[in-house]
Design a protein. Sequence first.
Length: 97
Amino acid sequence: YDIIKYPMLSEKSCRLIEEHNTYTFLVDRRANKPQIRAAIETIFDVKVKKCNTLIPAAQYTVRYGRKIGRKSVYKKAYVRLQEGFSIDLFPDDPEAM
């Protein structure tokens, strides 16, 4: 799937995994919630309970008081799994996936 780019691992995302069984992914900006949900369920063989998306504000490079550049704009997806399901982000044998 080209929709899911890669999982995000920050302090907040790790806390969400532990407390709420919610995983954070960077996804294609044009993808919608049903597409993201279907991709996660197909790739990782899990059941998705809820999917929230957001597009963070762009971060500009400012030089001499002018905005001259913009970092790539992306979309984040917070995917909450149903009870009893989990995603192994670091498998022992990556080829088995």
